[in-house]
Ligand binder design. Structure first.
Ligand code: ADP
Ligand code: MG
Length: 397
């Protein structure tokens, strides 16, 4: 399959007076891993339920494989959904949990009866097919050894895998997943994350994956759709979302530690001004306009108090807090008593700074304008260009 697997056009949905989805447009390619990410309450689950057919939009069109699907019942949509709470049948063995979707779809009511079922023509052949399908899925997921157990005899990760298997047995073209890893502990989450990505590659299925966790979104997806307040703000690859956020809310939501946002304004020549000083960076904003500068913690240059000599106006900064993560260090800094800036640097770099520093509480900080993301007063990002050759930052040893 190729082309567009799913297309949502102008989907809106309200509950009572509150508008939950505001005109969502989203196209997902066949075989794509698309992640919907956004803060809790922004409408992700509502959108997924509408895709699955478990809820109806007030307005808008749902297309699946090029066909309008608004009126299609969930079972006719060739879509499987995996929820956060995996809702396995507690009294059934794993084997029967996995077989259930196929039994419901393929065996008529009488054939499902334990005793007379065997008398319904064709039942035994269908049962054999179902067993084969269950066997295949359990091999794919590595859960063959668990088939005779009840859900209560499984760990969280194993239960999650069974829930996934139950979605897989019908070989849907599209998998919808609503925060499927949030009940797992951190280590397991990382492992299942990798497994899911591998699984998606192998199945060549279309995945729409919902999470509020930006790390999951960044690591798993072909593309990410960032949702805020019932609308999709940006759809792009992880790399682009990070390096070129379209909106200040996206910039703030993606990245850990979060991006630094500094108030700025536009000078007489159209140049960006930070701390009242002109930077060699221009935008289309008008003189006197207010702006906001975003700079990622790893783009903040830190040097020992005495050694940074530079054009991108080095600032003296007081160290408020040091978070030592082993391989790297996060510094929480204060410039001029009022501006808080977070910097992130390699452990080695930090040790060198420490050694050559005369005052352990002070460093010098450079904010290179070529790394600025500039946003207008409404929070939309604006294009920038350097005014002249960027003056280079010099570290004197
Ligand atoms: P998310 O999955 O992004 O956390 P949801 O889609 O679950 O967000 O919910 C979005 C908003 O819609 C929330 O404010 C929620 O309270 C509201 N909402 C969701 N379902 C219903 C419902 N059945 N009735 C009323 N409000 C709802
Ligand atoms: Mg949700």
């Amino acid at each position: 399959m190729s082309g567009t697997a799913l297309r949502l056009s102008k989907i809106s949905k309200g509950y009572g007076t509150s508008q939950v989805l505001r005109g969502i447009d989203l196209a997902v390619d066949a075989g794509e891993f698309m992640t919907l990410v956004g803060p809790s309450g922004c409408g992700k689950s509502t959108l997924l339920k509408i895709l699955a057919g478990l809820d109806q939009p007030d307005d808008g069109v749902i297309e699946i494989d090029g066909e309008i699907a608004n009126q299609l019942r969930p079972s006719k949509r060739n879509i499987a959904m995996v929820f956060q709470s995996y809702a396995l049948y507690p009294h059934m063995r794993v084997r029967d949990n996995l077989a259930m979707p196929l039994i419901m779809a393929n065996l008529p009511f009488a054939a499902r009866m334990p005793v007379i079922g065997g008398l319904v023509p064709g039942t035994n052949a269908k049962r054999r097919q179902i067993n084969a399908a269950v066997g295949e899925v359990s091999t794919t997921l590595g859960i063959e050894a668990l088939l005779e157990r009840k859900p209560s005899e499984l760990s969280g990760g194993q239960r999650q895998r069974v829930a996934l298997g139950r979605a897989m047995v019908r070989q849907p073209g599209v998998f919808l997943m609503d925060e499927p890893l949030s009940n797992l502990d951190a280590a397991l989450r990382t492992q299942v994350r990798t497994e899911l990505v591998e699984l998606q590659r192998r199945l060549k299925a279309t995945f729409v994956y919902v999470t509020h966790d930006q790390v999951e979104a960044m690591t798993m997806s072909d593309r990410i759709a960032v949702m805020m307040d019932g609308a999709i703000v940006q759809i792009a690859s992880s790399a682009e979302i990070y390096a070129a956020p379209a909106d200040i809310r996206v910039a703030r939501f993606i990245g850990s530690p979060p991006i630094n946002i500094l108030p700025a304004d536009i000078g007489d020549q159209g140049e960006v001004r930070l701390f009242g000083e002109s930077e060699n960076l221009r935008t289309d904003l008008m003189p006197g306009d207010r702006a906001q500068i975003g700079i990622r913690p790893e783009d903040v240059i830190v040097a020992a108090q005495t050694t940074l000599r530079s054009a991108c106006s080095p600032h003296e900064a007081r160290i408020r807090l040091i978070e030592n993560l082993g391989n790297e260090v996060i510094l929480h800094l204060n410039i001029g008593g009022e501006t808080e800036v977070t910097a992130r640097l390699a452990q080695r770099e930090w040790s060198a700074i420490r050694e050559s520093s005369s005052d352990p509480n002070l460093v010098r900080v450079g904010l290179p304008p070529q790394r600025f993301l500039v946003f207008d007063s409404t929070g939309s990002r604006v294009q920038t260009e350097e005014i002249r050759d960027s003056k280079r930052l010099e570290v004197v040893s």
